[in-house]
Design a protein around this ligand. Structure first.
Ligand code: COS
Length: 383
């Protein structure tokens, strides 16, 4: 749902210009220095990117899912590390508070997230609990007015800069699986929290992940999201349903960028006396990419609109994440292929995207987890 077409067009125009004029020229610098320049961070805040999904009453832009998808497609047209900087704050880090939090929790945290004063991270994954998220072991034991938290969270995006964590921990050790899990808002400066050393990754340099270790970390019981223990896994799953549409939209944007780069290269590069764009085998790669991209875009927009209408889009979100991330991987592969030897060379930039997009098929649920969610939902509905 688009609330006001003129306002939306103006926002998309601003973001598109920002991406073209400010982010694209800095892609190499970011990859080389593994950091995003402070002036760009300030500009992202000024545009409102950190508050994109946070309701206007808390100082955000309060975009709908359809609007969010359109913004993410634009943001996708540059290095994914830029999106990652605000992605956890507008996405998986904040949405649990928005969906299930109390009014007091919303008032306390959302305005500071919306302004970019603090960032939010989502702490679900553990060394022994990745795809099988419900097996997480981090414990939260009630002691007076507080829960005492112990455990390690792994590969936590934006943890080094986070002001708060949306943390999933087991409050009921006697209940295995999902029902014993609660979601907490944990302030990052709480004593007992330490960060692991920064992870060294295949790609997305400039986006930072690390372990977050909780040792006898005391968190007030009132920081359980919505004040309800035992429903944290469901909160996490609802957050991920939305996050999967967001990631799929990013995949569409990055694929558009890579395909555009490949097309431009194919129209300039000459071999056998002709532009390589005029060779049918190259055209096949361009055409297949365009077709798959169009399909992914249609899927994302449809799922986003349905979600805005209040439908349960768990299946559609997984379909989008599965298809768009796999599509993005295929487009990256073809884009490198069209560039030939240049595709393998750092200076052309396309090999960087090839490495960057590999993550999309893994995080916020691997392709295999999406397949599992889709098939399970089908079976449940048929039964
Ligand atoms: N929305 C709301 N509730 C949901 C839900 C959703 N999308 N998906 C599951 N639930 C509920 C279920 O209804 C169930 O509740 P009841 O027992 O009351 O019925 C509960 O959550 C447990 O669900 P389920 O039995 O399906 O859990 P499983 O452990 O079998 O598996 C998967 C769940 C595999 C789908 C889940 O662990 C998953 O998504 N894993 C990937 C995790 C991930 O994406 N990690 C990335 C980290 S963030 S980068």
């Amino acid at each position: 749902m688009i609330r006001d077409q003129d306002t939306m067009n103006a926002l998309l125009d601003t973001i598109s210009r920002f991406v073209r004029e400010r982010l694209v020229p800095n892609e190499e610098w970011v990859a080389e220095h593994d950091a995003i320049p402070e002036d760009l961070v300030a500009e992202m805040k000024a545009i409102g990117l950190f508050g994109l999904t946070i309701p206007e009453q808390y100082g955000g832009l309060g975009v709908t899912m359809e609007e969010e998808a359109l913004v993410m497609i634009e943001m996708g047209k540059t290095s994914p590390a830029f999106r990652s900087l605000f992605g956890t704050t507008v996405g998986i880090g904040s949405q649990g508070i928005l969906m299930d939090g109390s009014d007091e929790q919303k008032e306390r945290y959302l305005p500071r997230l919306a302004s970019g004063e603090i960032m939010a991270s989502f702490a679900l994954t553990e060394p022994e609990a990745g795809s099988d998220a419900a097996s997480l072991r981090t414990s939260a034991v009630l002691d007076g007015e507080d829960y005492v938290i112990n455990g390690t969270k792994r590969f936590i995006t934006n943890a080094p800069g986070a002001g708060i964590f949306t943390l999933m921990a087991r409050t009921d050790p006697g209940t295995p699986g999902a029902a014993g899990i609660s979601a907490f808002i944990v302030e990052a400066d709480t004593p007992g929290i330490s960060l692991g050393k920064p992870d060294r990754k295949m790609g997305q340099r400039g986006a930072h992940t690390c372990d977050v270790v909780f040792e006898d970390c005391r968190v007030p019981a009132r920081n359980i999201i919505g004040g309800k223990p035992g429903v944290g896994f469901k909160t996490a799953m609802k957050v991920l349903d939305k996050g999967r549409i967001h990631i799929a939209a990013i995949c569409v944007g990055v694929a558009e960028r890579m395909l555009n780069d490949a097309l431009n290269y194919a129209m300039e590069r000459k071999q056998f006396g002709e532009r390589i764009a005029d060779f049918q085998l190259v055209q096949a790669m361009l055409a297949d990419s365009r077709t798959e991209l169009y399909a992914a875009r249609c899927m994302v927009m449809d799922a986003a609109r349905r979600r805005d209408l209040g439908e349960n889009v768990s299946t559609e979100a997984s379909c989008c994440k599965l298809y768009a991330s796999e599509m993005c991987g295929r487009v990256a592969d073809r884009a490198v292929q069209i560039h030939g030897g240049a595709g393998y060379m750092t200076e052309y930039g396309i090999e960087r995207f090839y490495r960057d997009v590999r993550l999309f098929r893994i995080y916020e649920g691997t392709s295999q987890i999406q397949q599992l969610v889709i098939a399970r939902n089908m079976i449940r509905e048929a039964g």
